[in-house]
Write a protein that binds this ligand. Structure first.
Ligand code: SAM
Ligand code: DTB
Ligand code: SF4
Length: 331
């Protein structure tokens, strides 16, 4: 029997313990609670730490697309897979700023710049730092995801004004080797440590629906919750279908109730982290998304495309959030 997590319901979060000693069995017990009990606990934790009627909005831009030397088995941008995607050079600063301004006008509070690199080279970083400083000057929060970092490069990004760095663990330690061979999970954890030490907020999560089982999904949550400090932002992506990648051999979209259970479990284990319902919302009904928000998801990507794949249209998102009485930059 898993004890109910004790929380104060004053929105301050003062009463919620933030733990980094989660056992797999505890995560499994929470996940396996009767649905109403799991949702009650998740909502109690959510209300104690956040306004349950508000979600964050972020917008993505692929500033350097395709031709990536990594072999991530889910990704359209890996040079190891024949996905038909055309590789591009790093975008011009002016085009990035114009896109960020449009994202701001559309209601995004944060702008995330993504590059298909194993790691940024110093001359690339000069240009990305300029972009970050310029996007921040628009009054947006900045995020970047550029692959692996060294302490020095992380510090340069921090000095340019970077608020968040996205670097995902992607899946469980056991399943990881079935998906990626060119970069280890420890490499990723080392980059997260560099990001933390540089004073940048961490955005770290993973992907569901690549053929992993429920135990892997929970092991991923345990991995995230037992990092030395919890990521401020936790993106939970459903695998967005891409032709020509190895994950097609194993992919299976999670059962909707299993998705809601996982988000509720994430909310309880990572009580102060913003949990983003990330890629894959275009596969979900309005009702399923509403359940995900009730379970504690409180961030979405807005805009018709993510990096190379689809996202719901802004008008559909605005309509959904309006009907739910959820405030955001959009609604
Ligand atoms: N290249 C950089 C890296 O991997 O560190 C940054 C960009 S990469 C696209 C960022 C994350 O997006 C990946 O770690 C993965 O979790 C997610 N992602 C990539 N392709 C995806 C897909 N088809 N569906 C869902 N999530 C995906
Ligand atoms: C994250 O966890 N999800 C975003 C962001 N971090 C960079 C990326 C989703 C990518 C979906 C696949 C694509 O559009 O290529
Ligand atoms: Fe490259 Fe990132 Fe895609 Fe992996 S997820 S192949 S590192 S762009």
């Amino acid at each position: 029997m898993i004890p109910a997590v004790k929380v104060e319901r004053d929105g301050s979060g003062n009463g919620t313990p933030v733990r980094s000693d989660w056992e797999r069995a505890e995560a499994e017990a929470l996940y396996g609670l009767p649905f109403a009990d799991l949702m009650f606990q998740a909502q109690s934790v959510h209300r104690a730490n956040f306004d349950p009627n508000h979600i964050e909005t972020a917008s993505l831009l692929s500033i350097k697309t395709g031709g990536c030397p990594e072999d991530c088995g889910y990704c359209s941008q890996s040079a190891h897979h024949d996905t038909g995607l055309k590789a591009t050079r790093l975008m011009d600063r002016a085009d990035v700023i114009a896109t960020a301004q449009r994202a701001k006008d559309a209601g995004a509070g944060r702008f995330c710049m993504a590059a298909a690199w194993r790691n940024p080279k110093d001359r690339d970083l000069d240009q990305v730092c300029d972009m970050i400083t310029a996007v921040k000057a628009l009054g947006m929060e900045t995020c970047a995801t550029l692959g692996m970092l060294t302490p020095k490069r992380a510090t340069r990004l921090a000095e340019a004004g970077l608020d968040f760095y996205n670097h995902n663990v992607d899946t469980s330690p056991d399943f990881y080797g079935k998906i990626i061979s060119t970069r280890t999970l420890q490499d990723r954890i080392d980059t997260l440590e560099c990001v933390r030490r540089a004073g940048i907020k961490v955005c770290c999560g993973g992907i569901l629906g690549m053929g992993e089982d429920v135990e892997d999904r929970l092991a991923m949550l345990v991995l995230l919750a037992n990092l030395p400090s919890h990521p401020e932002s936790v993106p939970i992506n459903l695998w967005n279908e891409v032709k020509g990648v190895p994950v097609n051999e194993t992919a299976e979209r999670p059962d909707p109730i299993a998705l809601v259970r996982l988000l509720a479990t994430a909310r309880i284990m990572l009580p102060k982290s913003v949990v983003r319902l990330s890629a894959g919302r275009q596969y979900m009904s309005d009702e399923l998304q509403a359940m995900c928000f009730l379970a504690g998801a409180n961030s979405i990507f807005i805009g018709d495309v993510l990096l190379t794949t689809e996202n719901p249209q802004c008008a559909r998102d605005a309509s959904l959030l309006n009907r739910l009485g959820i405030t955001s930059g959009l609604a």
